[in-house]
Design a protein around this ligand. Structure first.
Ligand SMILES: Cc1ncc(COP(=O)(O)O)c(C=O)c1O
Length: 496
């Protein structure tokens, strides 16, 4: 039996017993999912949805080999890592084999937040300093220590930016400070970090770490310009700090050519600490921090034991091993390249057709569609993006919108996504954008139009409002009223 309650009863009970800040996707009309397989999710009526949201179900929902590995180990033994067990060491060996040799010491945790919190502790202990440089719009987790370094969170709420937190510009070459027409955006963005370091020094502060996602996810599917991380690492290390790469969203082969997102930034770029989570356990809570022997020894030098009741337990490690096996056996990295490239190609054709699409960016199966009201000004099409996600849901495609303006459609599906799925997604998106553009009085251009000639007619605000009236939470006010419910459900929810 898949359901205990009717959908209405589930909603009512959730309202009664689950904290109101725990939001759901599509708040006005939530989806009740009762089962899933591969890249598809099924609601209580048996309707099938194409899942473009869940990078957690990395090798596919309920992959039989992963399920079997968990079941077998669960039936045999599960306990904490103070007892000797082979799974934790077998898994640690397999994991570090995917990383540069310096990154060879693992600490297992249960969530990406725990991993990032521990990464901060390692860096601070190693350097004996506290300050952290983080990127604009970054999200690194829900613990207090991470809200502090997550502008995505603290700039939205009432929290003040702490004096030990320094925010560098997001290396966004589409909408950021230095764009694709800049001669050397990598150096320009890295110089901003250097400026922050110098300013901190002038104020008598010292930097312990720089932390960034290897590709920014909640920040709007941002791919930093080539060489940016290498240059930042030089500045940070020059100032005595360490580089933490957050791979919680983008690790485990999503970028296709490389197993880790940071490797996209060049063979010679090696972070000091790497954190991972989400896809690692394919839905089972499993996360990790990997670092160098030197940093681990310094942490040990504090004399404080690190103990985590569930981190690295035999069941979690059996699951982790099975996930690695499936990635390899099913060539999911190869699939991410092939299907990711194909999807990007199809989306670029849509860009030539729909003036609402300002930018298509991504690597492998990590893709963003930046919706704009005006291509020249790159005005974010926030309400339109929310509308599109709801309409796509009606067409049985689950998508989310994120980024600082919540106008970037995020595509980060299970890695078994196929060419046929890509075609279905694009066909549905084409239909939704065509209707939307017709309704709001802009032109859908023939596919062979040159990009430069595409300018949207001025957005008739009233027509837009009228059209979007049926779209839940399409206005700023509505989303704020619900404490960001819709915005949250489209954005935070997308990260789960
Ligand atoms: C980049 C990044 N780091 C860390 C986290 C925190 O992971 P978790 O929710 O598993 O604690 C998230 C969660 O969305 C994330 O997106």
């Amino acid at each position: 039996m898949c359901e205990l309650y009717s959908k209405e009863a589930t909603l009512a009970l959730r309202g009664k017993h689950i904290g109101p800040s725990c939001t759901v996707f599509f708040a006005e009309d939530p989806v009740k999912i009762v089962r899933a397989g591969r890249q598809y999710m099924f609601d209580e009526r048996g309707r099938r949805y194409l899942d473009c949201i869940n990078n957690v179900a990395h090798v596919g929902h309920c992959h039989p080999e992963v399920v079997e590995a968990a079941q077998k180990q669960m039936a045999l033994l599960n306990t904490n890592s103070r007892f000797l067990h082979d799974n934790i060491v077998a898994y640690a060996q397999r994991l570090v084999a995917t990383l540069p040799p310096q990154l060879c010491v693992c600490y297992f945790t249960n969530s990406g937040s725990e991993a990032n919190d521990l990464a901060l502790r390692l860096a601070r202990r190693f350097r004996g300093r506290h300050d952290v440089i983080t990127l604009e719009h970054a999200y690194h987790g829900h613990l207090s220590s991470l809200i502090e370094i997550s502008p995505y969170k603290f700039q939205k709420g009432k929290d003040d930016q702490k004096e030990f937190v320094h925010v560098a510009p997001a290396p966004d070459t589409y909408r950021g400070k230095f764009r694709e027409d800049h001669a050397d955006p990598a150096s320009a963005y890295a110089a901003e970090v250097q400026g922050i370091i110098e300013d901190a020094h002038r104020r008598g502060r010292k930097i312990a770490a720089f932390i960034a996602e290897s590709m920014q996810s909640c920040g709007g599917q941002i791919i930093p310009p080539a060489d940016y991380f290498r240059r930042v690492a030089e500045h940070i290390r020059g100032a005595g700090g360490v580089f933490i790469a957050d791979e919680v969203q983008v690790g485990f082969g999503r970028s296709g050519r490389h197993f880790w997102g940071f490797q996209v930034h060049g063979e010679d770029f090696i972070p000091d600490i790497v954190t991972m989570g989400k896809p690692m356990g394919n839905g089972h809570p499993l996360a990790c921090v990997v670092t160098t022997r030197e940093i681990a020894e310094a942490f040990h030098g504090s004399g404080m034991e690190y103990f985590n009741t569930f981190g690295g337990n035999p069941v979690s490690c059996a699951v982790g091993l099975a996930v690695l096996d499936v990635i390899e056996k099913e060539d999911l990295q190869g699939n991410a390249i092939r299907v990711g490239n194909y999807l990007t190609e199809l989306l670029n054709k849509q860009k030539a057709k729909h003036t609402l699409i300002g930018d298509i960016r991504g690597i492998g199966l990590f893709i963003g569609i930046d919706l704009v009201r005006d291509r020249e000004r790159r005005t974010p099409a926030t309400a339109e993006a929310q509308h599109v996600t709801y309409k796509m849901k009606e067409k049985q495609v689950l998508l989310s919108a994120d980024g600082p303006h919540r106008n970037v459609l995020k595509i980060k599906p299970p890695m078994c996504f196929t060419r046929e799925d890509a075609e279905f997604l694009v066909e549905q998106l084409d239909g939704v954008l065509t209707v939307l553009e017709e309704s709001i009085g802009t032109q859908t251009e023939p596919a062979n139009s040159s990009e430069n000639t595409l300018h949207r007619t001025k957005m008739p605000e009233e027509a837009l409002r009228e059209l979007l009236r049926g779209t839940p939470d399409s206005t700023e006010d509505a989303s704020r009223r619900r404490n960001g419910v819709c915005v949250h459900c489209m954005t935070k929810g997308s990260r789960r």
